[in-house]
Design a protein around this ligand. Structure first.
Ligand SMILES: [Zn+2]
Length: 295
């Protein structure tokens, strides 16, 4: 039995690898890469705090996940259907956060992933986006053996307690224990989709990765829809927001991608600059407004 988990994370920094990192990258890459051929960055994969889904990874689970994430690929592609895997985690590290105490009473720590990608023409714009802080959130997925109730120590699926509720003054959350697998990870199109996803109670096996990918796909679509609404409003402030939301909600990936590109072009034109300018207002829409697309 296992529980599938899908969480948000963040990018920490980027740069060119040193000799030690390069050696680890060589262990994974098909050919020996030179330092200047590689771009590295760090990702905050997951921590041990109780999250907004009232779940948390105890430090022990994070330690188990550390080994499982090494070698896992990450996708950046804007086309979900043809997700290309361009980055790979080559090292992980459990980082202690002195002075931080989690809601569960455990000293704070998080799992840091070191990822690399090739510095080539295809990846250049992605590297620029990471450097510019645009692609700052990623989704990670993993499977754990059990979600344990913090109140009674029983299985969260069957003990009857409800996460987020308080029992005799004690908050109920799920302790995710027994790391089984870590999946590929992906940058999310729009960082606002914070609540988009924990996959609950799924059993392990061949279907698990597919379920995870389906959830990630839905999340990607939701992000794309929000982005189309945001850009549509920028391109044509006269457009009614509710109407745009309705339209975007009925479109699928290819139409959304085309519309997004079209709006991006118009926004760039109206700003008198390159297409990258259209990103400058990213994040101005509030989470509440994006709520229409949450899964
Ligand atoms: Zn319980």
């Amino acid at each position: 039995m296992s529980v599938e988990i899908l969480k948000e994370a963040g990018v920490l920094r980027g740069g060119t690898p040193g000799a030690e990192d390069l050696a680890l990258i060589h262990a994974l890459s098909r050919r020996a890469l030179q330092a200047d051929e590689v771009y590295t960055f760090c990702v905050r994969l997951c921590d041990n705090e109780i999250d907004r889904d009232y779940e948390r990874f105890p430090g022990q689970t994070l330690e188990e996940l550390a080994a499982l994430f090494v070698g896992k690929s990450g996708g950046f592609d804007h086309q979900w259907s043809a997700l290309s895997q361009v980055a790979r985690i080559y090292r992980t590290e459990l980082v202690r956060e002195p002075g931080i105490q989690t809601g569960a009473g455990e000293p704070g720590c998080f799992l840091k992933g070191y990822a690399y990608m090739l510095r080539n023409e295809k990846n250049q714009s992605l590297i620029e986006e990471i450097e510019g802080g645009i692609k700052k959130e990623v989704s990670v997925g993993c499977a754990v053996e059990q979600a344990v109730c913090s109140v009674c120590g029983g299985d969260m699926d069957s003990c009857g307690h409800v996460k987020g509720q308080t029992y005799d003054g004690r908050l109920c959350w799920a302790e995710l224990v027994g790391a089984r697998d870590a999946y590929e990870w992906s940058f999310v199109a729009v960082p606002a989709q914070r609540r988009a996803g924990v996959l609950k109670g799924l059993r392990g096996g061949a279907g698990a990765q597919l379920e995870y990918e389906a959830a990630l796909g839905r999340k990607y679509l939701a992000g794309l829809r929000s982005e189309v609404v945001r850009l549509g409003r920028l391109a044509d402030p006269g457009l009614d927001r509710a109407l745009l939301v309705k339209i975007a909600g009925r479109l699928e990936e290819p139409e959304l991608a085309a519309l997004k590109e079209c709006y991006e072009g118009r926004v760039a034109q109206s700003l008198g600059g390159g297409p990258q300018l259209s990103y400058q207002t990213a994040g101005q829409e509030t989470e509440a407004q994006d709520g229409a697309f949450l899964i």
